[in-house]
Design a protein around this ligand. Structure first.
Ligand SMILES: Cc1cc2nc3c(=O)[nH]c(=O)nc-3n(C[C@H](O)[C@H](O)[C@H](O)COP(=O)(O)OP(=O)(O)OC[C@H]3O[C@@H](n4cnc5c(N)ncnc54)[C@H](O)[C@@H]3O)c2cc1C
Length: 386
């Protein structure tokens, strides 16, 4: 049995960020994780300015990462549903908020190792195993690894993803649902410039989103019905590139040089408590949202920063009042955002006329009314939340 102030379970981006922030605050942190993330993950993540400030605080931004990432200069929403009541295209421009860029697009395969190296440099100790369970007590928690080691701490951070073992050990229940969709994540080269613009084409089976990368390259998140997505995954590169060409309407020029493809089944999840019994949930252990509006990891980094801020200076970082405060604060940020994303996604999938009309009317308002557009941008960037 060893004594730690905090045990973080899971070395995805959310867990690594939490481990770094807590170690930087002088906490004794142990990370329980077999390996840091997955270097072959083809996803990129669009991180907005508040997330970049967290990376900056950790000494990771701009640094070496900047040259391998791409600024996001504009975001476009294009109604590509072919519906009778199509919405006009909306372009979100950070200049309307007095900013130059919304954020930057990072390959996860670079961000995760950078966070891991930082965690080690900050003195985070690693137990290279999975968590098999945990025993919460009134004043401490014991995390049990798959190798049978028992590790004690004042509090444990559950960053072990959507099927969190720690969440279950804390007795936290979830609401789960699935969408009749899967997302293909990949990247591709194109002959035309992207000008730093990310485009979310709203199609009948969900968004098809291109996000600029350095050079004439973009990442793609393509949400489709599961059968069609499986068919697209099986296509040879040349045929898949032709489908991307159609999907982008040739706006990026000729498509070539596809990166690896990976399929993500679309689910939703919301934990009924974000913290309980000496366990604090961060990232996808707390909630899962479809990749619309680049909210997922941005929320996760706010989880990590929010937990670290509440724990700062606390003798007992797992005390019930602190956990209750975390639950309330994070729920106020996360739950309405999850509802907006869910509604946006379902309005595409439903084929239900009033819902389609509502979406088109909402987007038309955004296109035509600058104050509303600015408010939506501020909300999307979460510039004032903690
Ligand atoms: C296609 C796609 C595109 C996306 N694009 C964006 C975007 O542009 N912007 C954005 O903000 N978000 C985006 N997201 C969301 C973002 O990628 C996720 O929110 C984020 O990766 C989740 O990080 P996490 O650390 O919570 O979970 P995970 O990445 O799932 O990490 C959990 C970690 O815990 C480990 N683990 C699991 N069980 C155990 C155990 N028992 N013991 C120890 N370790 C364990 C796993 O191996 C893993 O390393 C996207 C998501 C998808 C699917």
């Amino acid at each position: 049995m060893s004594d730690n102030s905090v045990i973080v379970v899971g070395a995805g981006p959310a867990g690594l960020a939490a481990a770094c922030l807590l170690a930087q605050d002088g906490r004794r942190v142990r990370l329980v994780a077999r390996e840091p993330g997955d270097a072959s993950d083809p996803r990129t993540v669009a991180l907005m300015m508040p997330s970049l400030r967290i990376l900056e605080n950790l000494g990771l931004w701009p640094g070496d990462l900047q040259a391998k990432t791409q600024p996001l200069r504009k975001l476009r929403l294009v109604d590509d549903t072919g519906a009778a009541m199509a919405a006009p295209t909306v372009t979100f421009d950070p200049a309307e908020l007095g900013e130059e860029v919304f954020g930057w697009n990072f390959p996860l395969s670079l961000l995760i190792p950078a966070l891991y190296r930082r965690a080690l440099a900050l003195g985070v100790e690693v137990t290279a195993a999975d968590a098999a369970g945990a025993e919460p007590r009134s004043d401490s928690i014991v995390v049990i690894t798959t190798e049978g080691e028992r590790l004690a701490a004042q509090v444990a951070i559950a960053a072990d993803g959507r099927n969190s073992v720690l969440r279950e050990a804390a007795g936290i229940r979830t609401n789960r649902w699935s969408y009749e969709q899967a997302a293909i994540a990949t990247s591709f080269a194109h002959s035309g410039p992207h000008d730093g613009v990310s485009t979310e084409y709203h199609k009948q089976a969900g968004p098809f989103t291109t996000v600029p990368m350095p050079g004439n390259r973009s990442s793609l998140v393509w949400m489709e019905r599961p059968e069609r997505a499986a068919g697209l995954m099986a296509l040879p590169d040349r045929a898949f590139a032709a489908e991307v060409q159609i999907g982008t309407h040739g706006e990026l020029g000729r498509i070539s040089d596809l990166g690896p493809r990976r399929l993500f089944p679309m689910q939703g999840l919301l934990a009924r408590d974000f913290a309980r019994n000496r366990v604090i949930l961060v990232g996808e252990a707390a909630r899962v949202v479809p990749p619309i509006g680049a909210q997922g990891l941005n929320m996760s980094l706010r989880d990590a920063a929010g937990a670290a801020a509440l724990m700062a200076g606390e003798d007992d970082p797992g005390n019930p009042a602190l956990l209750a405060s975390y639950d309330g604060r994070r729920r106020r940020d996360v739950q309405p955002r999850q509802q907006v994303i869910d509604l946006m996604n379902r309005s595409l999938l439903s084929g239900f006329l009033p819902l389609e009309a509502g979406r088109a009317a909402g987007i038309s308002l955004l296109a035509g009314f600058a104050p509303l557009r600015r408010a939506a941008m501020q909300y999307g960037l979460a510039s004032s939340r903690g």
